[in-house]
Design a protein around this ligand. Structure first.
Ligand SMILES: [Zn+2]
Length: 394
């Protein structure tokens, strides 16, 4: 064997190994870099707020940890959350979202549906081959991750699919000293996840999904996005999809949808909807935040509005800015309709991770909210909504 040939064979063996190690590191680094904590925005939590926070059932409507190459159950330092940090923050309920396609150069104004960052992330994170070209397979892969983590969590993470399961899990949480499990449901962000096929709504339901956003950062086969090129309403398929979701018991999430899509989805639905993670235009202008007219339309439909923690939702991402957005949403839509929608680990920069969410309780106290109002916004509104809108179960 010539030296050149040996060198060639050596390289042929070494290169894939180097590539795998390289992508492994890239996936980790990207996940950490894209989900930062800006501690300069953090506030000190008083004893009074800390004591109140411990009595709350905190609920959050949007978390993207499943997208990243991280161990859900290990207390980590990368990003914003994991089950340990959620437990530490006294979070009782979390909506775990799945992301299936994001455009290159993602922005709030205008994105084409052509490019896709998730293919490279899927390969770098060693997701199975089937996820490389199917958005449905990506959603299911991420849902399996959550179900698997719950199965080995020794009761620290419980995934529920019905109101009856949620009730039981909350009773377990209240009645088992020393264990404060995080109770989760599954969402998918944008119904490009059905790969353009109505029957895949049923597939998502079968895999445990109980909430789904119609669109994400680009116009898809179902609806126009607030950040898309056309920003249209519901498509013909979209109308069928919304009907099927409601008959199965998948909650319709209007976060990221275009203004036309918002109006058409409200007209096409009979059951209450959510806007899982959003801001309000009155405190933070921008294409993904709700106008007062939208807040009123949502309240009229008994919807639930999750106020986000990141700069795109509340502009300066401080707990005070979050409290200000909550105050406005409560003033316009009414207390019953307002909840938390952090967008932790959603490629966002926030002031605090899940373990420090008592900072919101502190900011709400400082903003003059009563204990009962804080209890409602911090979790009880969301839990009531889920009890009313998840499939009943037995
Ligand atoms: Zn989002």
């Amino acid at each position: 064997m010539t030296l050149l040939r040996r060198l060639f064979i050596g390289l042929a063996i070494a290169l894939p190994v180097v590539a795998v190690v390289f992508f492994f590191i890239v996936a980790r680094v990207v996940g950490a870099r894209m989900n930062r904590i800006d501690e300069s925005k953090a506030i000190v939590v008083s004893e009074r707020a800390r004591a109140l926070h411990q009595t709350l059932r905190v609920a959050d409507l949007h978390n993207d940890i499943l997208l990243w190459d991280r161990d859900l159950l290990q207390m980590g330092t990368a990003g914003h959350t994991d089950v340990s940090r959620l437990v530490e923050g006294n979070v009782a309920f979390e909506v775990f979202s799945t992301v299936t396609k994001t455009p290159k150069g993602q922005n709030y104004e205008r994105n084409s549906a052509e490019s896709d960052n998730i293919t490279l992330l899927a390969i770098a994170s060693r997701w199975p081959r089937r996820t490389w070209d199917s958005r449905l397979a990506r959603a299911i892969y991420q849902s399996d991750k959550l179900e698997h983590a719950a199965a080995i969590s020794e009761g620290r993470l419980i995934v529920v699919h019905t109101a009856a399961e949620l009730r039981k899990a909350l009773e377990f949480r209240a009645g088992t000293p020393g264990i404060k499990p995080v109770i989760g449901i599954l969402n998918t962000e944008g119904l490009q996840a059905i790969d353009g096929t109505l029957a895949n709504v049923d597939t998502l339901f079968a895999h445990g999904f109980r909430m789904a956003g119609l669109a994400h950062f680009f116009d898809n086969e179902v609806a126009g996005s607030a950040h898309g090129e056309g920003k249209g309403g519901l498509t013909a398929l979209g109308r069928q999809v919304v009907q099927r979701m409601q008959s199965l018991g998948i909650i319709v999430d209007l976060a990221h949808v275009s203004p036309a899509g918002f109006d058409e989805a409200l007209a096409a639905t009979t059951r209450p909807v959510v806007v899982s993670h959003t801001g309000v235009q009155a405190t933070c202008a921008g294409p993904r935040n709700l106008t007062d007219a939208q807040l009123r339309a949502l309240a009229a439909r008994d919807a639930l509005i999750g106020i986000g923690f990141w700069d795109g939702a509340v502009c300066d991402a401080s707990p005070h800015a979050i409290a200000k957005a909550i105050r406005h949403a409560v003033n316009i839509a009414g207390l019953r309709h307002v909840a938390l929608g952090s967008d932790w680990d959603g490629a966002t920069t926030v002031a605090f991770g899940a373990d420090q969410v008592a900072q919101v309780t502190e900011a709400l106290l400082q903003a003059g909210f009563t204990d009962d109002e804080i209890r409602a916004v911090m979790g009880e509104n969301a839990l009531r909504f889920m009890m009313e809108n998840l499939p009943p179960g037995t």
